[in-house]
Write a protein that binds this ligand. Sequence first.
Ligand code: ATP
Length: 481
Amino acid sequence: MDTIVSLCKRRGFIFQSSEIYGGTGSCWDYGPLGVELKNNVKRAWWRDNVQLRADMVGLDASILMHAAVWKASGHLDHFTDPMVDCKGCQRRFRADKLDEGEWVHYCPATKGNKFMMPAGEPCKHCGAHRTLCPACGKGELTDARQFNLMFKTFMGPVEDDAAVTYLRPETAQGIFVNFDNILQAMRLKLPFGIAQIGKAFRNEITPGNFTFRTREFEQMEIEYFVMPGTDEEWHQRWIDERFAWYQEYGLRKENIRLREHEKDELAHYAKRTADIEYLFPMGWSELEGIANRTDYDLKQHSQFSGKTLDYFDEETKERVVPYVIEPSAGADRSALAFLVDAYHAEEVRGEKRVVLRFHPELAPLKIAVLPLLKKNSQIVETAQKICNDLRKRWYAVYDDTASIGRLYRRQDEIGTPFCVTVDVQTVGDGKSPADGKVTIRDRDTMQQIRVTMTALEATTADLMVGKWSEVAKQFPAQATS
Ligand code: ATP
């Protein structure tokens, strides 16, 4: 993870929030390349789950909602994590995650020497397991007590109880309270889904592992409403679809798995939940949860608001409260997983190369246009013109600040799928006429082909959808670099 964190900072993906003031423990800012990556993840999700489906519509609900929403949804009473305190150093921990991190151990068998023990492992010398504070290694821990994760705030200028509200801890409730508005406005028929991407806030007891667990994050959620009785089948379909989606955008099969929730682990509203887990550097952890929320939320909101939230079935002429399947993903966790999975360090002709093998749809930059000689004004002007033309369709950049080898490595390190190089042959010189061709280099294989400038846009379009080998048959190959 340290390698990823440092690459992210160095290359402008992700910075610690408020770093010049010493940083905040759990907040991160997406820099120029990070915002592109995260936007691309969200865009791909939105297109695949909303725009390409006839049974889905979108929503952008507000973050601040009526406080009654959180009473009805059960969050005020149940959205808690068990917390313990260290009586020595006063640090706080999530009781159920105590053994998931390293722990400090003063070993009695080695005259009290201090050791950093790996997560969950006993001491090799004395055989002891962790019982004391994992951070200071000395303090006893209190009994666990429930801690509500919602951020409380006040609406309006008066800080009294009547104005109390909460930053939403999930985007889902904005969908449930708009169920009837959307049903009426869009004349939808079951089954149908409502999708939303937006910020959510949780006062996590132990945030950490970079952007994996933060107090402010973005969710990509779907509430898919179905006829009761068809819910189990739809649940399985969504689990399969969402599992396939991550692989379509590049997560390697061996790094992703499904995990069923045990009965005692299920949220208060859930009939069944399956998590999609990714093998993050700290171990297998949740990427997305897919829950069968039954008719719990619509019934609760109906009861608390006094409004009917149901669906009239034209066939049976009966009113039913739909069941709901919820695929709930994190935009930040997905972006992190795509980053981790894309990272490769390899040796090329005795030199180290770091390359982010992003799917072209997710790559922050799509093309870099590089002049081979920055002192040749014809080459520079041609390269800049090519870049400006390509920019109309893809995020392209021009760079002439280093030698070509270094420029390639820089683009590899941020995952740019293709580099286009303009050289003397492209523009010609006193000895030979211009051939009007440029070199395109593939990030992953480092293969190169030479393409006429007039065919560049169409060729690039083919390359973006993975047609390198077909395209390469039409154009002569060049030496790799
Ligand atoms: P965890 O068990 O890791 O706390 P959760 O089961 O509470 O997660 P859900 O309520 O299912 O998480 O939220 C759905 C998705 O939102 C998660 O799969 C994750 O991708 C994202 N998410 C939840 N909490 C956080 C957080 N603190 N930071 C970043 N993303 C989060």
